[in-house]
Write a protein that binds this ligand. Structure first.
Ligand code: FES
Length: 163
């Protein structure tokens, strides 16, 4: 927590302060909604409901319009995401090579379903159609790392590298 920049005695979080700086940067600009949403997501890691309300108020837009944009673009997240994003390929080459088993093993070991995030916010699990590394099938990525030619027995060892 840090003190508010004005002379009042209220306190504001660093994140709120950063959001106010984003508002100041884009104030009065046309087409500010998407860059403001991107900046807010960089600050919070996702887009909490309260933040969306603040953005709508600041940009003088109906909240329905803000939600419309957030839900249209896949880059925006309404729920917190993990520190590590696991993308497990279910494209044809990977699926034929056992990608379904890899996904099932990840779900079992992490205790979450596809599309969910672990409670400790360590991992988010997502299935994708093709990671562009079909020669390494079956493949998964964790953030910027690629792991290929997997069997389900590799899953525990790989996860242990990120805990
Ligand atoms: S199908 Fe999995 S990387 Fe292409």
């Amino acid at each position: 927590m840090s003190k508010c920049c004005c002379s009042c005695s209220c306190e504001t979080t660093d994140k709120e302060q950063q959001l106010q700086e984003v508002f100041a940067k884009y104030r009065g600009q046309q087409g500010a909604l998407i860059p403001v949403l991107q900046a807010a997501q960089d600050i919070y890691g996702y887009l909490p409901q309260e933040v969306l309300k603040s953005i709508a108020a600041e940009l003088k837009l109906p909240i329905s319009q803000v939600y419309g944009v957030v839900t249209f673009y896949a880059q925006f997240n309404l729920k917190p995401r993990g520190r590590y994003i696991i993308r497990v390929c279910q494209g044809t080459a990977c699926y034929v090579g056992g990608g379904g088993e890899i996904l099932a093993e990840l779900q079992k070991q992490l205790g979450i379903k596809n599309g969910e995030t672990t409670e400790d916010l360590s991992f988010t699990l997502e299935s994708v159609a093709c990671l562009g590394a079909c020669s390494l099938a079956p493949v998964l990525t964790i953030n910027d790392d690629t792991h290929g030619r997997l069997t389900k027995n590799d899953v525990a060892k790989i996860l242990a590298q990120y805990e």
